[in-house]
Design a binder for this molecule. Sequence first.
Ligand SMILES: [Zn+2]
Length: 190
Amino acid sequence: MKFPRFSAGSALALLGLLMVAVPTAQAWTGMGPKWPTNTNKYDKSGLPSNWQSVADYSAQQWTNVSPSPFTWTSDGASNNDLVRGNIDGGGRTLATTTIYYSGTRITRFVMKFDTSENWYLGSGSPASNQVDGRSVGTHEFGHAHGQGHAQTQYCSGSGSATLCPYYTMGSTWARSLETDDRNGINTLYP
Ligand SMILES: [Zn+2]
């Protein structure tokens, strides 16, 4: 049996508050279930080509983490689907990752990017009213391997963990993983 785990909990929302950043190595949270293997696949074939580049970049950020052996590879036969679709009509939720699991093992995920947002899909700088695909994709792939959000008291925008639950319009800081993000995947997949 497969059970949908969450969707709203995986959402990014707009940064609308100012908080003090407190450096820490323990802000990340696990979601419980994890993949039983260190090598896992995603299917980007349902995305337009410019979105496929975003998906590959986002997955690679987590594959690159050392010493964790966890690896994402693209495979059109995988049922870990990346899709575009309406979520909330351009509201605060930018993307969702729904995890399916059995016991303590993740069995599948579906990652959806909201078609109603004003996306920037390049590797340069988004405009101030755009949502950066690489930032949101990297965040969502963190959920896809089972990692939860960083605790909000440690999130202040630029320089914060990619798995902070808030995104700042026009920003790219979530493209790169921070120590807290890496600690999460290194702990889940040592
Ligand atoms: Zn999230």
